[in-house]
Design a protein around this ligand. Structure first.
Ligand code: ADP
Ligand code: ASP
Ligand code: MG
Length: 412
């Protein structure tokens, strides 16, 4: 008998019919004798709908605390519906909000971090033979304020519960049957991976693959939670996220391609090329609480240089303002910006033992006439910034160049 935490995402609980199907699935696991804790997301589209409502009621940005009070309702609806569907099937079950479990978080509204989980109530319910259904994406801070964990945060609730309960496995059920070499919505030839290492999955998630929230992967790695991504309604082994690097080494050099359109680029031109200038430019940006991702400083010419960096698109305007002030102070020539950029990254632990991976990437992009604006590398990834309109072309070209395409099926 195993203890399994099962998380069902938004599309999997998007209608009452689907919730009935989820209940059927949970029932089967119970009949096998497993103890089950279920974590659910809000119905698909619900969190977006609530955010829209909040914007309509607010002047600019909704007050973060109040936004959390509202967003947490999405998951509160689905835990109750699923629990009703289970009870209807004769499966004893009980639902809890994050607050009721006591999923304690810090007070960073809209992006809170889980600090501690009280497992007493859950263990008592499991012992009494009940399925426990917990609201994903939400917690409570030490003052009793409702918090949420950032978009996609139900994954993190699932993994954190699995860690707290020392579950045998955390299963993330979604609308794809595993982690693919890249987003199958963009590249139909993408292939499901049998396994991917935590390290690679962490890179994939942080570079834009939203199949798992990055914090859930961090948690799973830190507490060694066996984690699997599976399709909610189709049978199959899914993808195991594993510590084991040995076998992955035999896989292709590149495990996957991630991309995102969430960044914007800013350039300050004609800044004096003197010590401390990078700090003078980025110091005020970080003081404004804006995270910087990629950075490029050009070779100086006439004792001045150009300095380019990327930020999240949501921070673009704020960063631009900060930079305009800095430009005046430093006597820089101008500030220019571009939000129509995208970042494409290739990821794989195999890169450690292979040379020439980056140049192969650049060659594939050159063949498609795609200009590279910025580059950054780490031990297991290479990222480039390109014009947004070439994103899909770039991902497809790289997928083919690194031999990740699934063999063509008959009739294709
Ligand atoms: P859920 O609502 O179940 O949490 P998400 O929409 O958050 O589902 O995540 C699943 C989606 O992630 C898929 O439908 C797919 O389009 C997208 N995705 C992006 N990159 C990948 C990848 N490498 N492998 C699988 N799915 C991916
Ligand atoms: N409902 C939340 C969201 O849409 C959390 C989640 O689905 O994981 O981001
Ligand atoms: Mg998700």
């Amino acid at each position: 008998m195993a203890l399994i935490v099962q998380k069902f995402g938004g599309t999997s609980v998007g209608t009452v019919e689907r919730i009935q199907q989820v209940a059927e699935k949970v029932k089967k696991f119970r009949e096998n004798g497993d103890d089950i804790v279920v974590v659910v997301s809000a119905m698909s589209g619900e969190t977006n709908r609530l955010i829209e409502l909040a914007k309509q009621a607010s002047d600019e940005q909704p007050v973060p605390r109040e936004l959390d009070v509202m967003l947490s309702t999405g998951e509160q609806v689905t835990i109750a519906l699923l629990t009703m569907a289970l009870i209807r099937r004769g499966v004893p079950a009980v639902s809890y909000t994050g607050n009721q479990v006591r999923i304690l978080t810090d007070s960073a509204h809209n992006k809170a971090r889980i600090l501690q989980i009280d497992d007493q109530k859950l263990r008592a319910d499991l012992k009494a033979g009940r399925v426990v259904v917990v609201a994903g994406f939400q917690g409570v801070d030490e003052h009793g304020n409702i918090t949420t964990l950032g978009r996609g945060g139900s994954d993190t609730t699932g993994v954190a519960l699995a860690a707290a309960l020392k579950a045998d496995e955390c299963q993330i059920y979604t609308d794809v049957d595993g982690v693919y070499t890249t987003d199958p919505r963009v590249v139909p030839q993408a292939q499901r991976l049998e396994k991917i290492t935590f390290e690679e999955m962490l890179e994939m998630a942080s570079l834009g693959s939203k199949v798992l929230q990055i914090r859930s992967v961090e948690f799973a790695g830190k507490y060694n939670v066996p984690l699997r991504v599976l399709h909610s309604f189709k049978e199959g082994p899914g993808t195991l996220i594993t510590l084991d690097e040995e076998e992955s080494m035999e896989q292709p050099i590149i495990s996957g391609i991630a991309f995102n359109r969430d960044e914007a680029k800013l350039t300050i031109r004609g800044v004096p090329d003197i010590p401390g200038v990078a700090f003078k430019i980025l110091g005020p940006v970080s003081a404004a609480n804006i995270e910087v991702d990629m950075i490029v400083q050009n070779v100086a010419h006439d004792n001045t240089t150009d300095f380019t960096f990327t930020v999240h698109r949501n921070d673009y305007q704020a960063a631009q303002q900060v930079l305009e002030d800095t430009a005046r102070e430093l006597g820089a020539r101008e500030v220019i910006g571009d939000i129509k950029i995208a970042k494409v990254s290739i990821v794989g632990v195999g890169m450690r033992s292979h040379a020439g991976v980056a140049s192969r990437m650049f060659e594939a992009l050159a063949k498609e006439n795609i200009n590279i604006q910025m580059i950054s590398t780490s031990e297991i990834k290479v990222s480039v910034v390109i014009e947004e309109k070439y994103l899909e072309l770039a991902v497809r070209a790289l997928h083919t160049a690194f031999e990740l395409d699934a063999p063509a099926r008959q009739g294709d």
